[in-house]
Unconditional design. Structure first.
Length: 97
């Protein structure tokens, strides 16, 4: 029974990623992420995604990191918005799938 909640949450995240739109993710990323990343990595902040020792090494880890960041910033995005940012970052930098 305790496994049902994580499995249900993964199902919701997967369903929301199907509706995710990378162009919406790009906008959310530009509005909410770039300024912070640029402070730590200079220029447009994309160095956080392209550095050799990056933390994110899978699509699941990318979704976890985006969720962590949006919670840390108090953005209260919907699952679809998180999915859109994940989809955008994956297409732009990671290419996990």
């Amino acid at each position: 029974m305790p496994y049902l909640i994580p499995i249900a949450l993964l199902g919701l995240l997967f369903a929301s990623s199907l509706q995710a739109k990378p162009e919406a993710g790009r906008t959310l990323h530009e509005q909410n992420c770039v300024a912070c990343h640029a402070q730590g990595f200079g220029a447009d902040g994309s160095g956080i995604y392209t550095r050799a020792d990056r933390r994110v090494n899978s699509l699941a880890a990318l979704e976890t990191q985006v969720t962590f960041c949006q919670n840390n910033l108090g953005l209260a995005w919907f699952d679809e918005e998180v999915g859109s940012v994940v989809k955008y970052l994956n297409q732009q930098y990671y290419r996990f799938e």
